[in-house]
Design a binder for this molecule. Structure first.
Ligand code: ZN
Length: 328
């Protein structure tokens, strides 16, 4: 949550939205989060703690998952929170739209009602400010190996979950993410042109990079032999400045700057705790529950992970937040 607070576009949009809609808003997760953020931002004292009590209560009320004190995965939490906010914003937009439509001419209403039936087109998806900040588009390209036809299918994402390897880097994880996979044997692809199942090559590229890129490192892996999840403490280097190269437009490098890291502390998935590193006004801050301290930028690398399996350092970068610096 500290990471989201320090995500300036998110904080500003949330507070602005809240200020504009405060009057007629029922209490929901969005209003509780906005309340909490405005309390933090209006805090004059340098020290002091604001307990996110109302927000946590709301969260528990809404979701079974967060009611218990069992393992709470920060990635699941972020996902849940963003999707929940999107849903609230979509409902609000729909409600405003419906209000406007009933006040417009009867002719218009008739058109609105007829339009979707006439050509069977789905209604335009609503783009909320959460989408504008976090949403990117991936394109899944499949090339039929018989006729060479490329079929592209787009999908949106709010974060990227990457498989990790020992002694690797975000760049190599992204490369693997976009590596070519051959579909053959049982996995063949139905080619519309050949009208049959064919061998094909598939790869995933980023078509539209998001403004804020959220990268989730898959540190919790289900081990079949163990019958449970295990934490991978692998060392994965994450740069302060990231160049995104697995984009559809290969000749354009999109540059990103790291501004927050959610760190998982602990050796296993079931016990552990989260701390955050956040960049604010050119200083890196280390948040551990109620304590905040300034750390050197060079200290960020102590959270890359361990190059050996058994290490006393159990603080590992888990979720990374990068802000786009645009194209170079
Ligand atoms: Zn084909």
């Amino acid at each position: 949550m500290f990471a989201l607070y320090f995500c300036a576009p998110f904080r500003e949009q949330l507070l602005e939205h809240y200020a504009n809609n405060k009057a007629d808003a029922e209490e929901n997760l969005l209003t509780c989060l906005a309340d909490l953020f405005s309390q933090i931002s209006s805090q004059k004292k340098k020290t002091g703690v604001i307990a996110p009590k109302r927000f946590v209560q709301r969260l528990k009320k809404q979701n079974e998952l967060f009611r218990s004190y069992m393992h709470q995965d920060a990635h699941e939490f972020l996902n849940y929170l963003l999707n929940e906010l999107v849903e609230i914003l979509e409902k609000e937009t729909q409600a405003t739209k419906a209000d406007n439509e009933t006040s417009s001419s009867p002719e218009k209403i008739a058109n609105v009602l007829k339009a979707p039936l006439a050509n069977g087109v789905h209604k335009e998806p609503i783009v909320t400010w959460v989408h504008k900040i976090f949403q990117g588009i991936l394109t899944n390209e499949t090339r039929c190996l018989r006729c060479e036809t490329v079929t592209a299918r787009d999908e949106t994402f709010l974060d990227l979950s990457l498989d990790i390897e020992q002694n690797s880097s975000i760049t190599s994880c992204l490369k693997n993410f976009s590596s070519t996979e051959t579909l053959h044997a049982e996995d063949k692809f139905f080619c519309d042109k050949c009208c049959s199942l064919q061998e094909a090559q598939k790869r995933m590229k980023i078509k539209k990079p998001p403004h804020i890129l959220v990268i989730h490192l898959k540190r919790f892996k289900y081990m079949e032999q163990l019958g449970r999840y295990k934490k991978l403490s692998y060392r994965v280097v994450f740069p302060l400045e990231l160049k995104l190269s697995n984009t559809v437009d290969e000749y354009v490098d999109i540059e990103y700057s790291l501004f927050a890291v959610v760190v998982h502390v602990g050796s296993g998935p079931n016990h552990g705790h989260y701390v955050s590193l956040v960049k604010s006004h050119n200083h890196w801050l280390f948040f551990d529950d109620e304590s905040v301290e300034i750390i050197e930028e060079s200290a960020v690398q102590t959270f890359f992970g361990s190059s050996q399996e058994y290490s006393s350092n159990t603080d590992h970068g888990y979720i990374l937040l990068y802000e786009s610096l645009g194209t170079r």
